[in-house]
Design a binder for this molecule. Structure first.
Ligand SMILES: Nc1ncnc2c1ncn2[C@@H]1O[C@H](COP(=O)(O)OP(=O)(O)OP(=O)(O)O)[C@@H](O)[C@H]1O
Length: 320
């Protein structure tokens, strides 16, 4: 296996997909994924994530533009690409009467140079469930079986389409740990997800899609950097927002007051928080339920989706 970590394992240039009837689901997108990276495609419903991933998997030919996976066209060179990639689909759809072990064995028969089934089933935490019929598995265990099958060929590139949909928080967290461990072993992962905390936890870089276009791309930190941070607290009885030091001097760009609760927005979190705490200390004021936090990916996503829906978004790209 080549080990150049700067190598672009996936390259997408001006990619377009048009469905029968002329609907343009992917409208000229560009991104690249380096070896050993986890790249997340996020987006509103119908943004074009699955349509894009299917092009990367070689399941359809693009209407325009170019896609390369491991240096090959995944549609025309599918025979070359297929053994080097793993695909976890949104719905596995296995015969439900087969056991976990039988399903893995059947699947392994279709994969050249498959790893031992027990090894991948243990890796995904199904090592003790091999004799159980698929229909008796929980939703989370089925998703893990989907993942195990995608890993049978020991792929260099793994495509995960909404890998944790339907999982409870614990199952989701376990899948995150597993995908992180795969990345640590050098696997390149492209995933789509609706869970922003999933992208925040896993993704080295991400792209936010809306109506077939990429509205923002970069590392999670870069995409959230333009969002203001937040300080929230309750003032004690007898104190009012007007008693606070002048907010502009604290580096606060915007604020709201709801009863006793004050919410400050700032792009200078450390300065604003320090000034606020110094004021509170000197004035002997206890700030109840104090919460100081940087912007989350969710806030960035919601703003980008809102701007995109209003037609005011321009693609934001951050340095690779
Ligand atoms: N086979 C098809 N024929 C026509 N239009 C389609 C087809 N498949 C998807 N679309 C449309 O293309 C657009 C993008 O769909 P896609 O499934 O790629 O979005 P998505 O971002 O994966 O959405 P979701 O998050 O809801 O899964 C949607 O408007 C969808 O209705």
């Amino acid at each position: 296996m080549e080990t150049n970590e700067h190598e672009h394992v996936i390259e997408v240039t001006d990619l377009r997909r048009v469905y029968g009837g002329g609907f343009e689901a992917v409208r000229g997108i560009d991104f690249s994924v380096r070896r050993g990276e986890i790249f997340a495609l996020l987006g509103t419903n119908g943004a074009g994530k699955t349509s894009t991933v299917e092009l990367l998997e070689g399941l359809a030919a693009p209407a325009g533009g170019r896609v390369r996976v491991l240096g090959h066209d995944p549609y025309t060179d599918r025979a070359v690409i297929r053994p080097r990639t793993g695909v976890m689909l949104q719905e596995g759809g296995f015969p439900s009467e087969l056991t976990v072990a039988e399903t893995a064995r059947m699947w392994a028969g279709c994969v050249s140079g498959a790893r031992p089934e027990e090894e991948v089933l243990t890796l995904v935490g199904l090592g003790t469930r091999t004799g159980v019929r698929v229909k008796q598995l929980s939703g989370g265990q089925r998703r893990r079986l989907d993942l195990a099958l995608a890993l049978l060929g020991d792929p260099e590139v793994l495509f995960l389409d909404e890998p944790t949909t339907g999982l409870d928080p614990e199952g989701r967290r376990e899948t995150w740990e597993l995908v992180s461990a795969l990345r640590d072993r050098g696997t390149t992962v492209l995933l789509t997800t609706h869970y922003l905390e999933e992208a925040e936890f896993l993704a080295d870089r991400l792209a936010i899609m809306h109506e077939g276009r990429i509205a923002a791309t970069g590392t999670p930190a870069e995409v959230t950097a333009s969002e203001p941070s937040r300080i929230t607290f309750d003032l004690p009885e007898g104190y009012f927002a007007g008693d606070l030091p002048p907010l502009a001097e604290l580096g606060v760009s915007d604020h709201t007051v709801d009863g006793r609760t004050v919410r400050l927005h700032t792009s200078e979190l450390q300065r604003a928080a320090t000034a606020l705490l110094v004021w509170a200390d000197r004035a002997g004021v206890e700030l109840h339920r104090l919460d100081v936090r940087s912007a989350s990916l969710e806030e960035a996503f919601l703003r980008i989706a809102k701007e995109a829906a209003a037609g005011t978004v321009t693609t934001k790209e951050y340095a690779a």
